[in-house]
Design a protein around this ligand. Structure first.
Ligand code: FCB
Length: 434
């Protein structure tokens, strides 16, 4: 088994969370988000659950951050709707909270890795068309400035947006996340406007002199169900894995994306590509699983997923650590060359429940160390990977799955808010200090 010493000394190990999933949006003057609107529609979120209380991290952040002592970094997000409850007016109590949170992070020797958008758009902006409205770039820019005015002086690293694919495609074309649309034009517009909002935020951040700026993308490995499914897999790969990194690094959409989206992108989208492809300081890579793809009849993009009998997590996601190695290799070869990469999310859900106060989750430890081994071997092969964040610190509000799926290294009892570190967390910490 690999050890901490097999990684470069400066390599950062951390854990990741996001605001809406843990804070408790009912507290501190936060405004309603597009997830509150979505959860109020029947059948959208398991049991109609929301982030109203979540892990009550808003009140418990000091104790939660204590759990992280011994790690190097903490990836968290600020909530747009907490900072700007109506999408425009700044809630000072929201900024006060992030100010305290950042100081508490630093006080524990953890480097703050900020993500500005992890899906909590104010409902008021959603009502104006949200990501489909081109003005979202300016709205997001204003929010970026409001956050950085207050905490920008203490960030080790700042990401604009978490998982543009989920923000746009999963939410406006596939319909699984807020706002739950299934419309190719909405999907195409959201794709482009998320990138534009990133571009605008980067300009504002650069103008302020902020350092270490990046974006976090999600990737999935893939395999064709049969050799005949190779064309389908190319379309899947273009949409899933290249639709954002290609504009960001090369200023163009992949051909296989334009095949379906050209007719639906906003007019004169080409004029935005220079802003969208302004240089990044680093790229965040989120990786969880592999898909098995097969051709499907019907309109573009004409593919669907097949279930396999591979080992699975509580989400039903295939466990395939090699896919992380494949992703890191693809990125380096095709897009990022020597740009620093951080694995900003990786982890698994399991149906954990305490037995006599102990949560034994060997499957999670295996998942963690097998993925770390992939990173280590990529680094040994010359890849510039500088950190790893486990998703997630705490069991939390897992979006459309509500509180059912447990990704945490720390178990949360949502009745009592009791925290219990799982055995995988003990294993991670002793591995780090060995
Ligand atoms: C990612 C999200 C994160 C969490 C994990 C399981 O797509 O960024 O909030 O839901 O998946």
């Amino acid at each position: 088994m690999i050890t901490r010493k097999d990684f470069p000394e400066a390599f950062l190990f951390g854990a990741a969370t996001s605001a809406y999933q843990i804070e408790g949006h009912g507290f501190g003057g936060a405004g309603p988000t597009i997830w509150d609107t979505f959860a109020a529609q029947p059948g959208r979120v398991v049991n109609g659950e929301t982030g109203a209380i979540a892990c009550d991290h808003y009140h418990r952040y000091e104790a939660d951050l204590d759990l992280l002592k011994g790690l190097d970094a903490y990836r968290f997000s600020t909530s747009w709707a907490r900072v700007m409850p109506d999408g425009r007016t700044v809630n000072q109590a929201g900024l006060d909270y992030y100010d305290r949170l950042v100081d508490a992070t630093l006080a524990r020797g953890l480097k703050p890795f900020l993500t500005l958008y992890h899906w909590d758009m104010p409902a008021a902006l959603g009502a104006l068309g949200g990501w489909e409205n081109r003005d979202v770039a300016r709205w997001f820019g204003d929010y970026t400035d409001a956050v950085m005015d207050r905490i920008g002086d203490r960030m080790a690293s700042t990401a604009t947006i978490n998982e543009p694919w989920c923000v746009s495609w999963l939410s406006h074309f596939l319909g699984h996340h807020a706002p739950g649309k299934q419309d190719i034009t909405a999907g195409a517009r959201a794709v482009h406007h998320v990138l534009l909002a990133h571009g605008e935020a980067m300009e504002r951040l650069r103008a302020r002199g902020q350092k270490n700026l990046g974006i976090v993308l999600n990737f999935e490995a893939s395999q064709p169900a049969t050799p005949q499914d190779t064309p389908a897999i190319a379309r899947f790969d273009a949409i899933m894995n290249r639709m954002f990194i290609e504009p960001l690094t090369k200023g163009r959409y992949p051909e296989l994306v334009l095949e379906g989206l050209d007719a639906h992108l906003p007019e004169n989208w080409q004029d935005d590509m220079a802003r969208i492809s302004a240089p990044l300081d680093w790229l965040g890579v989120n990786y969880y699983t592999r898909q098995t793809i097969t051709e499907a009849p019907g309109p573009w993009p004409r593919y669907t997923m097949r279930k396999t009998d591979a080992p699975k997590t509580q989400m039903g996601w295939d466990i395939y650590p090699e896919g992380l190695g494949e992703t890191l290799k693809m990125l380096r070869q095709d897009y990022t060359a020597d740009l620093p990469l951080f694995v900003t999310e990786n982890g698994m859900a399991w149906d954990d429940s305490p037995q006599d106060g102990v949560i034994d989750d060997p499957a999670r430890s295996d998942y963690l160390f097998s993925h770390l081994a992939q990173i280590q071997s990529a680094i040994a092969g010359g890849a510039n990977i500088q950190g790893y964040f486990y998703w997630s610190l705490l069991d939390n509000f897992e979006w459309a799955f509500g509180y059912e799926k447990r990704f945490g290294m720390i178990h949360v009892d949502f009745e009592t808010q009791e925290r219990t570190p799982k055995n995988s967390f003990h294993a991670f910490k002793s591995w780090l200090s060995a």
